[in-house]
Design a protein around this ligand. Structure first.
Ligand code: ACO
Length: 414
């Protein structure tokens, strides 16, 4: 049950710019998953010429997590999603949309979101991956919230998951020291209670596409595209750190101010900003530009490095765990990264402080059953498809098709 507070509500004036939604979209569940393996700055200095001192003073990062051979973007995303469903006490069958923001999917398709959907047993959901680099989670939450606010769905799962370690050039000290692996997820649910996702500013400037990227199959030898990917290693990340730094400090302030205005509040009303965790110095510069305290920015970059689209939901989970977000607080998300893309959002936290473990016992068993059934369903469906195609080969019409194919090969112009 979502509660609301009239004092907090009165801080927000509806200036008439936005129509009243059919339903409000509240964040009711959150979860995170990071690999166990910790890579410290000292570990890195054994790989490239760097030092703990350089990395800490230039970035604020001390360590990051690195996926094992058994972990991938979808497996980490699945764990984060399961935690989020647990906190929300939502069953997989209730989920109608799964969005996975990622730049490191296992495949171009099937999407990581479809794998997560199948593993959860979320059989009533649509699923897709979203590519907006480190802004992807905020883009995803906005799309899910819009679908809820329009009344077309009631429950959505948004995951941000990355295995950046697989796209790093481990010989490039200017990038490999910055990134880590991990996943975070939120569940959004429809409610009649005012609040939840109040505003979002999504922006892109593709003219900066050359400043950071990961060239992949479609980028080879294509006129107009190679100017972006040329000279960079296939499948590996490249970045012009200095330019990205300047871009980030500028857009954080601008987009947060716009998102607050759109929500009908001011920056002074915001209790916590959960930013993309790229570099402690970027956050310090953004706070200085906005004339706000550094403490208003949630930061855990020290322990995870830059986990791209996963960094905001991971930081959100830790902020909730630390009691830094209370019901009815206005909080903001802000992301920036490749594209170039950036995005800011204001959320009125309407959810009670649910702690994992308090969700309904029967529903917990039903979720576990859904995960087991999903695994059996996968095995059964794949087996039945392969038996079906073996039988199809024995059917008479299949023989006819083979004869026709043979004839066409023998007499191609007949
Ligand atoms: N260890 C030691 N020295 C290093 C390292 C390292 N790991 N990396 C670079 N250096 C050296 C450089 O070679 C350079 O040496 P030189 O002066 O002899 O030429 C010197 O340190 C300074 O290098 P700069 O690149 O100027 O260092 P800067 O202070 O700009 O920090 C950094 C670099 C940390 C990358 C910074 O620019 C940054 O954080 N940029 C933003 C990155 C970011 O936010 N990305 C977010 C988006 S990510 C996404 O969308 C997926």
């Amino acid at each position: 049950m979502v509660t609301t507070n009239t004092t907090a509500q009165s801080a927000r004036t509806n200036n008439g710019a936005r129509p009243t939604p059919v339903q409000y979209a509240h964040i009711v569940g959150w979860g995170m998953a990071v690999p166990e393996t910790v890579m410290t700055n000292d570990d890195l200095s054994a790989i490239v010429e760097t030092s703990d001192e350089w990395i800490r003073t230039r970035t604020g990062i001390r360590e990051r997590r690195i996926a094992s051979d058994h972990e991938s973007t979808a497996t980490l995303g699945l764990k984060a999603a399961q935690h989020a469903l647990e906190v929300a006490d939502v069953l997989p069958a209730e989920v109608e949309l799964v969005i996975c923001a990622t730049s490191t999917p296992e495949h171009i398709f099937p999407s990581a979101a479809s794998l997560i959907q199948a593993w959860l047993g979320a059989n009533n959901a649509g699923a897709f991956d979203l590519s907006a680099a480190c802004s992807g989670f905020v883009y995803g939450v906005n799309i899910a919230a819009q679908a809820i606010r329009s009344g077309s769905i009631r429950t959505a799962l948004v995951v941000g998951s990355e295995t950046m370690s697989r796209v790093l050039d481990w010989s490039d000290r200017s990038t490999c020291i910055l990134f880590g692996d991990g996943a975070g997820a939120v569940v959004l649910k429809a409610s009649d209670v005012d609040g939840g996702v109040l505003s979002a500013v999504l922006r892109s400037d593709g003219t900066g596409g050359d400043l950071l990227g990961i060239p992949t199959v479609g980028s080879l030898d294509i006129e107009g595209v190679t100017e972006i990917s040329n000279g960079h290693k296939f499948g590996k990340m490249h970045m012009n750190g200095g330019e990205v730094f300047k871009f980030a400090t500028r857009v954080i302030g601008d987009s947060l101010t716009q998102a607050a205005q759109q929500a009908g509040i001011t920056l002074a009303d915001i209790k916590l900003i959960v930013p993309h965790q790229a570099n402690a110095r970027i956050l310090h510069a953004a706070a200085r530009n906005l004339k706000i305290s550094d403490a208003l920015f949630m930061s855990n970059v020290e322990r995870y490095g830059n986990t791209s689209s996963a960094s905001i939901p991971i930081a959100l989970c830790e902020a909730v765990q630390q009691g830094r977000i209370q019901p009815n607080d206005y909080i903001a998300f802000v992301g920036f990264g490749g594209g170039l893309t950036w995005a800011a959002m204001v959320v009125q936290w309407g959810s009670p402080q649910v702690t994992a473990g308090t969700s309904n016992f029967i529903n917990r068993q039903r979720r576990q059953l859904s995960y087991r059934l999903a695994a059996w369903r996968r095995t059964l469906l794949r087996a039945s498809r392969s038996i079906g195609s073996s039988f199809a080969r024995l059917r008479p019409e299949h023989g006819r098709m083979d004869r026709l194919k043979h004839k066409a090969e023998q007499h191609p112009f007949e």
